[in-house]
Design a protein around this ligand. Structure first.
Ligand code: UTP
Length: 272
């Protein structure tokens, strides 16, 4: 059973500067809630019981958000605003943190989760991707595949050619409907992407991935790339499956998607 999730949130959010100089991308407000809270909700709704958030020096506000504020609770009670207490109720999940001292790559960030993960399979959720639940959450889909196949699983989505260069892109063989065997993964291909299927920010990994990340040398952007560890594992015949998901997804590092998700959720909340 997959009960643990890791949310790497130690990057600088350069696409969203200047606001991310003082406000982490993960805390950008979306209809009154920080962006990361939509991932925490997805995790809880997918049966995750423990979350590790990888933070940096400038992200203490994330820890504050998931801590109780006894003064505020008292204040609301004294001022006859107890109906607002439910808005600050903490999610039903255990949250821990680890600091990444230097943002030297997603692979390096994930390697900091080894003590938390121990010898269990675990989910990785990238917080710039908010994926709306449909029949099920994106993560639930991956977890149910993991439970049947015991294989590493990566969420995939079809992307227009001009956008593929911003993603990890996979070469695949179709196994079953929406389920692919991944033959190769290329990070941000400059030309000739192996397909139009891009890696979306949800993964399930077996814990042996840590053995491979530790040997990875800095790659694109001089960062320890998670994709490079995955490619080494694929070359060693370690199974990676790709699940093509159809859920609506917003990349909040893109201003247009940030505005779209606010409009979408606001309209839904107000029945517009
Ligand atoms: P990105 O490189 O897309 O995120 O990493 P970023 O650097 O925060 O944002 P942009 O692209 O410059 O706007 C994907 C995820 O991995 C985390 C980031 O916080 C982000 O959620 N990450 C990346 C780390 O936790 N540590 C790293 O060293 C790198």
């Amino acid at each position: 059973m997959v009960k643990k999730a890791v949310i790497p949130a130690a990057g600088y959010g350069t696409r969203s500067l200047p606001i991310t100089k003082v406000l982490p991308k993960e805390m950008l407000p979306i209809c009154g809630r920080p962006a990361i809270d939509y991932l925490v909700e997805e995790a809880v709704n997918s049966g995750i019981e423990e979350i590790l958030i990888i933070v940096s020096r400038y992200k203490n506000i994330i820890m504050d958000y998931y801590d109780r504020s006894l003064e505020l609770e008292m204040f609301l009670k004294q001022k006859n605003k107890s109906h607002l207490l439910q808005t600050i109720q903490l999610p039903d999940v255990k949250i821990q943190y680890v600091r990444q001292p230097y943002a030297n790559g997603l692979g390096a960030a994930i390697s900091l989760a080894q003590t938390f993960v121990k010898d269990e399979p675990f989910a990785v959720m990238l917080p710039d991707e908010i994926i709306l639940a449909e029949k099920q959450t994106a993560l639930q889909g991956l977890i149910s595949i993991y439970e049947k196949k015991q294989s590493n699983v990566i969420a995939l989505q079809e992307m227009p050619l001009k956008e593929l260069g911003n993603y990890g892109v996979v070469d695949v063989t179709l196994n079953e409907e929406n389920l692919f065997k991944i033959n190769k993964i290329v990070e941000k291909p400059v030309s000739n992407p192996p397909s139009n299927l891009a890696v979306i920010g949800r993964y399930i990994f077996n814990p042996n991935i840590f053995d491979y990340i530790k040997d990875i040398k800095p790659g694109i952007g001089k960062e320890i790339q998670l994709t490079d560890a995955i490619q080494v594992m694929i070359e060693k015949d370690i199974s990676f499956l790709g699940n093509k998901i159809s859920n609506t997804r917003f990349d909040i590092g893109k201003e247009s998607d940030y505005i779209k998700i606010i409009n979408h959720l606001y309209s839904k909340k107000n029945g517009l």
